[in-house]
Write a protein that binds this ligand. Structure first.
Ligand SMILES: Cc1cc2nc3c(=O)[nH]c(=O)nc-3n(C[C@H](O)[C@H](O)[C@H](O)COP(=O)(O)O)c2cc1C
Length: 164
């Protein structure tokens, strides 16, 4: 197995949570499914998180222009949202026509039923090889009554079960 292949295989063994990163503004309305959304710090000037988005994704260009995004942590029943915003489920017209959403306080698209939604201001960004690594300062958090997060691991959607 070459290095890339074994890297991908190794990473496929990690179960990650799944988020849809949305944005709106002068750069347009876009959304993309990611497994790369991660907490950075709860204790800085404000909480912060990061997300890695492929440089060819229209959502990346839109976020760089809009300077803001909403990280929607999907709940375990939202596989279809993940498929729509990853392009796995083809849509005619806007992906947003296929899901329930509403503009949040700052106008960013919030997916209804997401386990949690984090409004962010883009604070810094770095293009590393193929992906933009973007750090957002969290300005608002919405928590739904569906706390179970959707997971993706070993090339399939999963949900967490306790082992205790
Ligand atoms: C579970 C899952 C996780 C993904 N994670 C990422 C990610 O972290 N970053 C990324 O750029 N694309 C990720 N993708 C791929 C994008 O969702 C999308 O398919 C690809 O960027 C093409 O985007 P576009 O159709 O918006 O152009 C993921 C796809 C799936 C199904």
């Amino acid at each position: 197995m070459d290095l890339r292949h074994s890297f991908v295989e190794g990473m496929a063994r990690a179960a990650t949570f799944v988020s849809v990163i949305t944005t709106d503004g002068p750069g347009g309305q876009h959304g993309v499914t990611v497994s790369s959304m991660t907490s950075v710090s709860a204790d800085g000037e404000a909480p912060s998180l990061l997300v890695c988005i492929h440089h060819k994704s229209p959502a990346a260009a839109a976020i760089l222009r809009n300077r803001s995004f909403c990280a929607n942590l999907l709940n375990a029943g939202q596989q279809s949202c993940a498929d729509i915003f990853s392009g796995r489920e083809k849509t005619e017209g806007s992906r947003f026509d296929r899901v329930d959403w509403q503009p949040g306080a700052g106008g960013l698209p919030v997916l209804i039923g997401a386990a949690a939604s984090f409004d962010c201001m883009l604070k810094t960004e770095m293009l590393w090889e193929t992906h933009h690594v973007m750090i957002g300062q969290v300005t608002a958090v919405r928590l739904s009554d569906k706390p179970d997060a959707l997971l993706y691991g070993q090339r399939g959607y999963r949900r967490a079960v306790g082992i205790g």
